[in-house]
Design a protein around this ligand. Structure first.
Ligand code: NDP
Ligand code: 13P
Length: 328
């Protein structure tokens, strides 16, 4: 199959690699010309996917007009959410080209999820959200990984299975695009929070178990109020992704939390990570959204107060302990 990937950061480079290894034709767009040149000449991306030999068949360009959209079977979006609208707004897509979003974020200005933005920009194209516990550094290294392809279009789900399935990668199907996308978006805030408090003496695995349980309850209650199916939260795209992201040392959100706990400023973190992890902006967007929907998110509120410096780590832990005393 022929695939166009937009964004060669950590995720996009890993997706390009596994699809090319599966024998598919991959052409990628990337903003940074140095990354494009390194990929085309040395078949690597030392900034975002160090120590991985990328297949020589992957080609990259920084000129979106060069993308072979007319002959593509899917357009896969792997950019951080904040760059998606500005990058895609100038593109004219063939009417039948399916769009697959793998980004997990929201627009802080209007509260739109990436799928909602894509639907607004390209109302005539079929859409899928491809999500699940899928840390790029792991699945590119052959760690067994299951994705969820959420779409109302069964043939697009099947195309995604055909693209990704191999000895270590599997694609499951869902029709709950809202739930699958919101699970992947909301879990970033809690992974960021656990990254901050995870170093505290009181934060052992008992703490993490309780933290993730409360996190899942909050994610589910807001997502259901926004139209998701509750049962989606028992699956890969929600509880699965929450566990993987919150506990993985490869997670950008967990890492950002750890750096905040070490006292680094946002500018220093941006310099170290390249781009701020999605959970940071999502948290500020999620709390007013919850208010609009009449849902309370006490754990997310505590994380937000901790990040904004209105709560010490000790007082966060006292507040968290108090939440555990409330009836479920
Ligand atoms: N990494 C992962 O394991 C997974 C990530 N995701 C999601 O995928 C999305 C991307 O994450 P990830 O790959 O980790 O991000 P990275 O931080 O690895 O990559 C950031 C990318 O954004 C590019 N960029 C910077 N500025 C601009 C700009 N102005 N316009 C366009 N591109 C720009 C960077 O290019 P430059 O070289 O210039 O810095 C780089 O390619 C996120 O939404 C994340 O939640 C989902 C599943 C797994
Ligand atoms: O969503 C992810 C894995 O499923 C990756 O999360 P991070 O952006 O925290 O690395």
């Amino acid at each position: 199959m022929n695939v166009v990937i937009v964004g060669l950061g950590n995720l996009g480079s890993a997706v390009a690699t596994v699809l090319a290894r599966n024998g598919h034709q991959v052409m990628a767009w990337e903003f940074n010309q140095a990354v494009v040149d390194e990929l085309n000449q040395q078949h690597s991306n030392s900034a975002y996917l160090p120590a991985v030999a990328m297949p020589k068949t992957i080609a990259a360009t920084s000129d979106s007009q060069q993308l072979p959209l007319a002959g593509a079977d899917a357009l896969i979006i792997t950019l951080p959410s904040r760059f998606i609208e500005q990058t895609l707004a100038g593109l004219t897509l063939p009417a039948g080209l399916p769009i697959v979003n793998m980004s997990k974020g929201m627009n802080p200005e209007n509260g739109e999820t990436v799928c909602q933005t894509l639907q607004r920009l390209f109302p005539n194209n079929t859409l899928a959200q491809l999500s699940g516990p899928s840390i790029a550094n792991e699945f590119v290294a052959g760690v067994i990984t299951a994705f969820v392809a959420a779409s109302s279009c069964h043939s697009l789900q099947q195309s995604l299975a055909q693209l990704f399935n191999n000895d270590s990668l599997s694609v499951q199907f869902s029709t709950d695009i809202v739930g699958v996308e919101l699970g992947g978006i909301f879990k970033n805030c809690y992974a960021l929070g656990l990254g901050i408090v995870g170093q505290h003496a009181v934060a052992g695995l008992n703490f993490s178990g309780a933290f993730l349980t409360l996190a899942l309850q909050e994610m589910r209650s807001l997502a259901v109020a926004m139209g998701a199916q509750a049962s989606t939260f028992d699956g890969l795209a929600c509880i699965g992704d929450l566990i993987a992201t919150a506990l993985s040392d490869n997670s950008h959100n967990r890492k950002m939390g750890q750096l905040l706990a070490q006292g680094l400023s946002l500018a220093q973190i941006e310099q170290q990570l390249g781009v701020l992890a999605e959970g940071y902006k999502t948290l500020a967007t999620m709390l007013p959204l919850a208010q609009q929907h009449g849902v309370t998110l006490p754990l997310a509120q505590l994380i937000n107060e901790l990040i904004e410096g209105r709560l010490s780590l000790d007082n966060f832990c006292k507040g968290f302990n108090a939440l555990l005393k409330s009836p479920c």
